[in-house]
Design a protein around this ligand. Structure first.
Ligand SMILES: C[S@@+](CC[C@H](N)C(=O)[O-])C[C@H]1O[C@@H](n2cnc3c(N)ncnc32)[C@H](O)[C@@H]1O
Length: 324
């Protein structure tokens, strides 16, 4: 079972989940005493002035990065899912399944649904005339998948929570999943995949699934709105990671959980060398051949190298929590 253990090792180096404890937090993230990592960098390029950050190995101004990242995902949106399978030989599915397992959405939604149907039955017995539909703001489990792109992670939540089966009954679903992404093109591909997969009941009747355009740094949601926040392969693309972490904390309810699935740095030296060869020689070539776009995949590879290590990310999260 060499391949299984290799998968496990790669998954372990690529995955870091963390639970951020909750606090009461003012809604304006700009008021929080946490400086931006991005703004602390200075450019070595004579063409870039002012605060800078990285776009892959390039140094760019902070204002420029968001547009460049947007362009990358606009370019890759149509081929994104096929390319994920090619680049990772299907491994991304395993990582996302692991993320789902760690969230506990499957067992949790089962328990919540059981409780909701028991309450419904007891209300009927007691002739309680209360409206039996559950309004959106009172969903028992609200999940937000940020940088959710074409919906891969969200579909896992929808399936684990059996939302399709639930959509055969009336009323709003007790579980709702929101995909939020900055890129309308990725969302368009995601929503059309979702409609093909589930039909329209999940959107129009039970409201179990939504696609919303928004920036992880200033999410278009109220404070204390979600029980679970996930971000898969998205955090490293965000210009100001600390700002995104702060906003995650803001939209999470007390006791809510934050889980991040992200590439990071391979610790094992021989494996790291192999991984480098594969990343820099094979992935951009695959991008060129399969998606006719070498540059976007070169960026993806470089952005992984420029992202902080697992331990650094955990330190940043802990600092953030200790300062609020
Ligand atoms: C590599 S894709 C990951 C998509 C999906 N989570 C998955 O695992 O398949 C990265 C996504 O992050 C989104 N993104 C980049 N910057 C963002 C930001 N500031 N706020 C929200 N989404 C962002 C991109 O548009 C893109 O859809």
């Amino acid at each position: 079972m060499a391949s299984t253990s290799l998968c496990r090792r790669i998954a372990a180096t690529c995955t870091r989940t963390a639970t951020l404890p909750r606090r009461s937090l003012a809604s304006s993230s700009s008021r929080l005493p946490f400086s931006s990592a991005a703004s602390q960098e200075t450019s070595s390029s004579p063409y870039v002035s002012g605060p800078t950050t990285h776009f892959g190995y390039e140094s760019v101004s902070i204002n420029e990065k968001e547009g460049r990242v947007r362009q990358v995902f606009e370019n890759v949106a149509n081929d994104y899912d096929v390319m994920n399978d090619f680049m990772s030989a299907g491994l991304h599915r395993y990582w996302k399944d692991e993320l789902l397992r760690m969230t506990g959405v499957g067992p949790m939604s089962k328990a919540l649904r059981r409780r909701a149907s028991m309450k419904y039955a007891s209300d009927l017995n007691n002739n309680n005339d209360d409206d039996d539909t559950i309004d959106d703001s009172k969903a028992l489990l609200s999940i937000l998948d940020v940088a959710g792109g074409t919906g891969d992670v969200a579909f896992r939540f929808v399936d684990a929570a059996n939302c399709e089966e639930r959509s055969k009954s009336s009323g709003k679903d007790e579980v709702n999943v929101t995909v939020c992404d900055i890129n309308p093109e990725m969302l368009r591909v995601g929503e059309s995949r979702a409609r093909k997969r589930y039909g329209s009941a999940l959107f129009d009747e039970t409201c179990a699934l939504k696609f919303v355009e928004g920036n992880a740094q200033c999410l278009p949601f109220e404070d204390n709105s979600f029980d679970l926040y996930t971000i898969a392969f998205g955090l490293r693309n965000v210009t100001d990671v600390d700002m995104a972490l702060r906003d995650a904390l803001r939209v999470l309810k007390p006791g809510g959980r934050f889980l991040c699935l992200e590439f990071s740095h391979v610790q094992n030296v021989p494996l790291a060398q192999l991984y480098d060869i594969y990343s820099f020689h094979v992935i951009p070539k695959l991008g060129e051949v399969v998606a006719n776009d070498r540059d976007s995949y070169q960026y993806l590879v470089e952005s992984i190298r420029k992202f902080c290590t697992q331990d650094e990310l955990v330190t940043r999260m802990k600092q953030l929590v200790s300062k609020v």
